[in-house]
Design a protein around this ligand. Structure first.
Ligand code: N01
Length: 539
C-alpha cells in the first residue's frame, strides 16, 4: 500500500464510514445522520450489539448498573425502557441495543456480516478508501472505528489444542444456541471477568468442573437484585441528576468517593465506607476512597477488608489461599463483579487447578496436561480474554500518510492526541481506545462523549469549508507523556493486566487508557474543541 490509494470511480461515497455496530457504532450512525451526514457502518456480526452480540457465555452480565449503562442522548428512550435487574444480563443488554437500532431506524445504514479489511488514505483528496471481506470498496471523508477495546478474543497458542477431540468454546464467541454441560467434565481456563462470571453457572450443570487458574483475581459480589416498579420509577424520575453526576464523575457513574482520604478516615469510618461499597457491589469497590489506587498503604486497607469477606465464604482455607491474589494491588486489574463465585468452590464437583504450581503443557485428544497431571475432560472453555485496546485495530489494515500502517506506527505502543487524533492519519477517529479513559469509564457515556466530539469537529470543518483535522506530532508527543506520567503515579501501572498489553506475548508494555478520570478528560477535550481544536491541524 502506498498511502495514495484512491477508490475506483464508481465506488460509493459517504461522509463517514463507521466500523462496528456496538454501543459506540450505533450512536455514531444516529448522531452523524442527524447532522445530515451520509453514513455507512460495517459490522462483522449478523446483528447489532458488539461485545453484547458475541459474549453470550452463561452468566454474562454488565458490571455497571443498568440504569447507568444506557444511552443518555434520548430522554424518551430513558423513560420508555425498563431494566429488570440492577445489573443487566447480556440478553437484556442485547435486547436494549436491538430496540435502539429499531427505534432510531439505524439498520438501514448498517451492512451486517461484513468485516472491514482495510482503510487507506488517499493523500491527494484526504479521503479514506475502505475495503471489506465482501468485496466492497467505498470512499469516505471520515473513517471512524467503533470496534471496541475488548473485541479481539485471545486464544493462547496451547500446544495440541487442535488435537483435543472434545468441544472447545471461547467465552467471547459463545454459541448462540447455548451449551448444555449436563453430565460433562468441563475445564475452564482463565479466571478474569468472563471466567468468574461463567464458572458458577457451568458448575451447576457440569458433572465435574476443573478451573485452571494462572493468576487469582479480586472479585466483589454484584449485589444484584431485581428492580421493582417503585425503584424504576424513582430512577427514571431522577435521571437528569443521575446523568449530571455521572458526567462529572471519575468513572461515568453517579457515585462519589468518600470525602476523606483512606488513612485520614478512622478505622471505623473506613470499615463503614468499605461495607457500603460492598453492598453497592462490584467494581466500584476500587473507588471507595479517592487515593485507593495511588497509595499502596491505602490500597492495603481495602485489600484486607476484601480478604476478610472472601475468606468467610470459602470452606477450605487451602483453596481460599489460592483464590486470594498476592501479586497485585486490589483494583490494579479491573475488579471482577460476580454472583456466587467464591461459594462455587465449596461444591464437591468443582476443582481448582493451580497453574502457578504446575503450568499447562498442552492438550491432547482427551484433555489438558499440566506439568504434574492429565485432566480428562469432555469440553474446554477458554475464558482467556482479549488482545485488548489495539488488537482489533491491528486486524484492520489502516494505512495513513506516506504508506505508513497504523500497526507499524504503534509498534512501540499506541500514541494519540486525546485518544482522538493521530499524526499521519487525518480524519481517522478511533472511539474509546488508547489515550482516552476507555474501559476505565462507563462505556456508554464515553461512547456518546466521543461520537459527539467527532460530530462537532466535523461540523467545525464544514462551517469553515475545511477538509480535514489531524493531530499534530507535537500534541501527540505531549499527550503520550501526559498519559505516561499519570500511569506512573498509579498502582494500575504495576499489575500485569490487559490495560498494559501484558496478557499478550510480544505486546509492548504501555499503559493504554488515560488515567485522568472521565470528567477531567471530558473537560480537556471540550476545552480543546472550544479553543478551535488546539493541537490539531485544520486542513
Ligand atoms: O479476560 P482477562 P476476561 N494459560 O484477560 C487467563 C471485560 N469484561 O475476558 O491473569 C492460562 O481478564 C488469565 O490469566 P493471567 C472486563 O473489563 C467485563 O475475563 O494472565 N491462563 C486470566 O485469568 C474485563 O477485565 C465483564 O495469569 C491464561 C484470564 O485467562 C475484560 O473484559 C465480563 C492464559 C483472562 O482474563 C477481560 O475479561 C467479561 C494461558 N495461556 C469481560 N492466557 C463484565 O462484567 C490467559 N489466561 C461487564
Amino acid at each position: 500500500m502506498n498511502g495514495q490509494d484512491s477508490a475506483p470511480e464508481n465506488a460509493a461515497e459517504y461522509d463517514v464510514v463507521v466500523v462496528g455496530a456496538g454501543v459506540a457504532g450505533l450512536y455514531a450512525v444516529h448522531r452523524f445522520r442527524r447532522q445530515g451526514l451520509t453514513v455507512r457502518a460495517f459490522e462483522a456480526a449478523s446483528g447489532v450489539g458488539g461485545v453484547w452480540y458475541w459474549n453470550r457465555y452463561p452468566g454474562a452480565r454488565c458490571d455497571v448498573e443498568s440504569v447507568d449503562y444506557s444511552y443518555s442522548f434520548s430522554p424518551e428512550l430513558e423513560q420508555e425502557w425498563d431494566w429488570s435487574e440492577k445489573y443487566a444480563t447480556q440478553p437484556e443488554i442485547l435486547a436494549y441495543l436491538e430496540h435502539v437500532a429499531d427505534r432510531f431506524d439505524l439498520r438501514r445504514d448498517i451492512q451486517f456480516d461484513t468485516r472491514v479489511t482495510s482503510a487507506t488514505l488517499d493523500e491527494d483528496s484526504l479521503r479514506w478508501t475502505v475495503r471489506t471481506d465482501r468485496g466492497d470498496v467505498v470512499s469516505a471523508r471520515f473513517f471512524v472505528v467503533a470496534a471496541g477495546p475488548l473485541s479481539n478474543a485471545n486464544t493462547p497458542d496451547f500446544d495440541g489444542l487442535d488435537t483435543f477431540t472434545g468441544d472447545v468454546f471461547h467465552t467471547a464467541y459463545w454459541p448462540h444456541e447455548g451449551v448444555d454441560f449436563t453430565g460433562k467434565r468441563v475445564a475452564v481456563i482463565g479466571t478474569g471477568s468472563s471466567g468468574i462470571q461463567s464458572i458458577p453457572h457451568i458448575a451447576e450443570q457440569a458433572d465435574q468442573l476443573f478451573v485452571f487458574q494462572r493468576s487469582a483475581n479480586y472479585s466483589v459480589p454484584a449485589g444484584n437484585a431485581p428492580l421493582d416498579d417503585a425503584t424504576r420509577a424513582e430512577q427514571k424520575a431522577g435521571y437528569a441528576e443521575r446523568r449530571r453526576l455521572s458526567w462529572e464523575s471519575g468513572g461515568g457513574s453517579p457515585h462519589r468517593a468518600h470525602p476523606k482520604l483512606t488513612l485520614e478516615a478512622s478505622e471505623e469510618e473506613r470499615r463503614a465506607a468499605y461495607e457500603e461499597r460492598w453492598k453497592l457491589g462490584g467494581v466500584l469497590y476500587s473507588k471507595t476512597f479517592a487515593d485507593q489506587l495511588t497509595d499502596q498503604a491505602a490500597n492495603d486497607t481495602a485489600r484486607e477488608f476484601w480478604e476478610e469477606k472472601i475468606r468467610a465464604v470459602i470452606d477450605d482455607p487451602a483453596i481460599a489461599e489460592l483464590l486470594i491474589p498476592n501479586d497485585h494491588a486490589i483494583g490494579a486489574k479491573r475488579i471482577v463483579t460476580d454472583s456466587g463465585y467464591y461459594e462455587t468452590y465449596n461444591r464437591d464437583n468443582v476443582h481448582l487447578v493451580n497453574l502457578k504450581a504446575a503450568p499447562i503443557v498442552g492438550m491432547d485428544a482427551t484433555g489438558i496436561n499440566t506439568t504434574d497431571a492429565h485432566y480428562d475432560v469432555d469440553a474446554i472453555v477458554l475464558a482467556t480474554g482479549f488482545d485488548a485496546m489495539t488488537g482489533s485495530l491491528d486486524k484492520l489494515e489502516i494505512v495513513g500518510r506516506d504508506g505508513l500502517a497504523l500497526k507499524d506506527k504503534w509498534a512501540a505502543g499506541p500514541e494519540t492526541y486525546l485518544g482522538l487524533g493521530i499524526d499521519g492519519f487525518p480524519n481517522f477517529f478511533n472511539l474509546t481506545g488508547p489515550g482516552s479513559p476507555s474501559v476505565l469509564a462507563n462505556m456508554v457515556l464515553h461512547s456518546e462523549l466521543h461520537v459527539d466530539w467527532v460530530a462537532d469537529a466535523i461540523a467545525y470543518l464544514d462551517d469553515r469549508g475545511a477538509t480535514a483535522i489531524e493531530g499534530t506530532p507535537e500534541a501527540v508527543a505531549d499527550w503520550v507523556e501526559e498519559c505516561r506520567n499519570r500511569a506512573e503515579a498509579s498502582l494500575l501501572n504495576t499489575a500485569n493486566s490487559w490495560y498494559l498489553g501484558a496478557n499478550i506475548p510480544g505486546r509492548p508494555r504501555v499503559f493504554m487508557p488515560f488515567l485522568g478520570g472521565f470528567a477531567g478528560y471530558r473537560q480537556i477535550i471540550t476545552e480543546v474543541a472550544d479553543s478551535g481544536y488546539k493541537g490539531f491541524a485544520i486542513i
